[in-house]
Write a protein that binds this ligand. Structure first.
Ligand code: G6Q
Length: 544
């Protein structure tokens, strides 16, 4: 048994769960009129309501005790102090330095000036592109930006640009190519003119197979469609921490935007990886995004655990995953602009905390991380909500919505929000047998038919959710929300004693494909793998 699952705070939570599990959420609300006031928090324009969770005041006290037992307050200080909290890679995780006033120290040196220098470089480049001062090889202004990157070098920027569409320039369209599947690149290039297209090759390492393959093919396309070698400098720029590889690729280092090994890929949208965001929404709005995140950083660092948004969300998640038996977590934005948020958070949560070894290399005997998924409401309601309401698995969820729409039209937003409130309410309350019986009787249903239909119309309810309401989806609010989720994941990693900043699973994937690649090239019959892999590879070779 691990130290964690053996600890007093963990055991107290287990015992408490046994007692509390006998209480339906409906009862908890009936017993306490002030439940919303007790279990909700306001941070600037963001309201978090966690009162529809199976908790009472004692649950929160016990969860806070667990957090303190695991040394959370000191871990937060360590991260902000630039200590090497990414122990398996011997690195700091200082993404907060990308958006804060500073100073932020790494090995005794303030890194804020380097951050500011790159921000200034982004600022002048962004202005030059948006104003048309920088032009393509034929003298026309840029109309399209193609970001070539994958994982952390893709998900954040593409999600943010979709989320902030009303803030984007109407002169420039941003495209994202991430998949090594040629379809992604080819379909993107089909509508583009090389004379007016700017390629941003975004890769921290500048060695990632997918990105480098797409980048080379994009360069070939550029040359094949009228561009000359000497025009590449104008049309290809790089965001990377690997100057040597950038030069090898043929990009002028003066067209390289630097970031550093203390910025994890999935925490990098605040760095030069955010360049496509800055070009799309303008630098002023990009600064607003950073400012929103910085405000959340300040809140996270300086607010007592009991009133600390990321801490509360994280502990509610721990409660759900480790004590209530939730195996998956749905992120359900009632905002079409946030349609890529679940995919983005999937990486933040699953890549960060999906680990089996703790910080000291011991196997854990408790769940870490959670399967995260989701789709915007109301679409999901007509697809998978059935299982949320009447399935027999425990699924926790975050419902997110803006009070004001980015695109008001008629009564759309009111209807959307009516659905938002109705869903969390009915998941919590359910429908009892007597409520269903009364309804069917009032419809005049015969007793035989009624008894047959009755069990199908009962909803057990008692299904937990968090509601996250914000005034409007603007750059600052989005920045705060994303930083909130980043810190939530960090808090959970502290409770589980895992390193949230490495990703050895990703590194393995990068290596494995390389070894099979050589087998796919020749004509020889493959025999060196298991019979399944041999059979599949040989079938592919016959049919490709
Ligand atoms: C993120 C991961 C991973 C990474 C990609 C791209 O935290 O490390 O998703 O971002 O594998 O890596 P490069 O930016 O080095 O191409």
């Amino acid at each position: 048994m691990s130290t964690l699952t053996h600890s007093p705070a963990w055991n107290a939570l287990h015992d408490h769960r046994t007692i509390l599990s006998g209480h339906h959420l409906r009862d908890l609300f009936e017993q306490d009129e002030d439940r919303f006031d007790k279990f909700s928090l306001l941070f600037n324009d963001i309201l978090i309501d966690y009162s529809k969770q199976p908790i009472n005041s004692e649950s929160m006290t016990l969860l806070m005790t667990l957090a303190r037992q695991q040394g959370l307050e000191e871990w937060i200080r360590k991260m902000f102090r630039g200590e090497r909290v990414n122990n398996t890679e011997n690195r700091a995780a200082l993404h907060v330095a990308l958006r804060g006033e500073g100073p932020f120290h790494l090995d005794g040196v303030d890194i804020t000036p380097s951050v500011k220098r790159v921000l200034m470089q982004m600022d002048s480049y962004t202005q030059a592109i948006r104003s048309g001062e920088l032009k393509g090889y034929s003298g026309s202004r840029f109309t399209d930006v193609v970001n070539i990157g994958i994982g952390g070098s893709d998900l954040g920027p593409s999600m943010v640009i979709d989320a902030l569409k009303p803030y984007t320039s109407s002169h420039i369209v941003t495209h994202f190519v991430s998949n090594i599947d040629g379809t992604n690149l080819i379909e993107t290039l089909k509508s583009l003119n090389p004379e007016t297209t700017l390629f941003i090759i975004s890769s921290k390492t500048f060695t990632t197979q997918e990105t480098m393959t797409n980048a080379r093919s994009a360069r070939e396309w550029f040359i094949a469609h009228g561009g000359r070698e000497k025009d590449i400098a104008k049309h290809f720029i790089a965001v990377s921490s690997n100057r040597e590889e950038v030069e090898k690729f043929g990009i002028d280092p003066s067209n390289m935007f630097e970031f550093w090994d203390w910025v994890g890929g999935r925490y990098s949208l605040w760095s030069a990886i955010g360049l496509p965001i800055a070009i799309a929404i303008g630098m002023e709005n990009f600064y607003q995004l950073l400012d929103g995140a910085s405000r959340m950083d300040h809140h996270f660092k300086s607010t007592p655990l009991e009133k600390n948004l990321p801490v509360i969300l994280a502990l509610i998640g721990i409660w759900q995953i480790n004590f209530c038996g939730a195996t998956t977590h749905a992120v359900l934005p009632y905002d079409q602009s946030l349609h890529r948020l679940p995919a983005y958070l999937q990486q933040i949560e699953m890549e960060s905390n999906g680990k089996t070894a703790d910080r000291d290399g011991r196997s854990v005997d408790y769940s870490t991380g959670v399967v995260l998924w989701g789709e915007p409401g109301t679409n999901g309601q007509h697809a998978f909500y059935q299982l949320l309401h009447q399935g027999n698995q425990i699924i926790s969820s975050d419902f997110l919505a803006p009070c004001q729409s980015q695109n008001p039209i008629g009564n759309h937003h009111t209807l959307l929000m009516a659905n938002f409130f109705a869903q969390t309410e009915s998941l919590m309350k359910g429908r009892t047998e007597s409520e269903v019986r009364d309804e069917l009787v009032s419809q005049g249903m015969s007793s035989d038919a009624l008894e047959k239909l009755l069990p199908h119309k009962i909803f057990s309810g008692n299904r937990a959710s968090n509601s996250i309401l914000f005034k409007r989806l603007d750059p600052q609010t989005l920045g705060s929300l994303l930083a909130m989720y980043e810190h939530k994941v960090f808090v959970q990693s502290v409770i589980w004693n895992v390193n949230p900043f490495d990703q050895w699973g990703v590194e393995l994937g990068k290596k494995l494909a390389g070894s099979i690649l050589s087998e796919l090239k020749g004509d020889s019959h493959v025999t060196r793998y298991d019979s399944s892999s041999n059979g599949l590879i040989n079938h592919f070779k016959k049919n490709c």
